[in-house]
Design a binder for this molecule. Structure first.
Ligand code: XBP
Ligand code: MG
Length: 267
């Protein structure tokens, strides 16, 4: 039985990378008078580096027209990242990025079935707040038992810190929960904690390898095309029952060993 659903944010709840962070990064470059812009294609490659500031720093270190010393690069990355987040919050607060199909239906099902939900993301709390406030209202936090963002888990996915922190916060074992992710780094982070993961493909990770995922499909709003295939009708969105059916398959999968971690607070 599933006792909690752990939600990734960027790419999973909404197409925030392509339509939000990328746009906002380029606005920040412009505001700082920097001569470069990231193309959508370039940004797709840079997503291999998780964390917006870390991504920026990685790019600056390789850019011939970037600052030459490490201190200046770090300062520029911090400033540009701050401005990016201002622009991002502004963009999403105006409702510029919808939640992906099927997400709200699953939120509602979890609420009705009293299945706790958590947010487990590499982005900041402020960015999560900007996105969810506009779609779920000012009281959006009450829909989640915990919100684990960059402030609570500064070591970014694929490191399992965010998932480890979430399991501890909700007091559940990995086998009792299910994670929903879109990226290889997110899947790796959850799998490193032996958490079963469902992958809803996003724009930038449409063809990426996601080893160890329990189920993979193009959208939670669409029942057709999932692997493993869903039972019953092709009409309507993916449901909590479908999550449970996939979750039941997890015992057929080999689990990686989680070393050096114990779940505190579980009876
Ligand atoms: C994806 C990320 C984030 C965002 C940008 O997070 O890697 O870094 O690209 O956010 P998720 P910040 O775990 O939700 O998929 O600039 O706040 O880092
Ligand atoms: Mg993601």
């Amino acid at each position: 039985m599933i006792r909690a659903v752990l939600w990734d944010v960027d790419g999973t709840l909404a197409e925030t990378e392509r339509d939000g962070h990328l746009v906002a990064f380029n606005q920040a470059f412009e505001a700082l008078g920097l001569p470069w812009r990231w193309s959508a294609r370039e940004y797709g490659g840079l997503l291999a580096i998780t964390g917006g500031r870390e991504r920026l720093l990685y790019d600056l270190e390789r850019r011939p027209n970037g600052p030459v010393d490490a201190e200046s690069r770090a300062q520029l990355a911090a400033r540009a990242h701050y401005l990016k987040n201002e622009a991002y919050a502004d963009l999403v607060s105006r409702g510029g990025i919808p939640l992906r199909d099927g997400v709200v239906e699953l939120f509602d099902e979890c609420a009705m079935g009293r299945i706790p939900m958590a947010i487990v993301t590499t982005t900041s709390e402020r960015n999560v707040d900007a996105l969810l406030r506009v779609h779920l209202g000012a009281a959006w936090r009450s829909a989640f038992v915990t919100v684990i963002a960059a402030e609570q888990a500064p070591v970014k996915k694929p490191d399992p810190q965010a998932y480890r922190t979430a399991l501890t916060a909700i007091g559940r074992l990995p086998s009792e929960v299910i994670a929903v992710e879109d990226s290889p780094a997110g899947v790796a982070a959850a799998r490193a904690m032996s958490i079963p993961v469902i992958v809803t493909r996003s724009h930038y990770f449409a063809d990426a390898d996601v080893p160890g995922a329990l189920a993979v499909g193009s959208s939670l709003g669409q029942r057709a095309g999932w692997v493993p295939a869903l039972q019953g009708t092709d009409e309507g969105p993916v449901t909590l029952n479908d999550f449970s059916a996939w979750h039941a398959l997890r015992s057929q999968r080999p689990e990686p060993t989680v070393s050096g971690w114990t779940l505190r607070g579980v009876r």
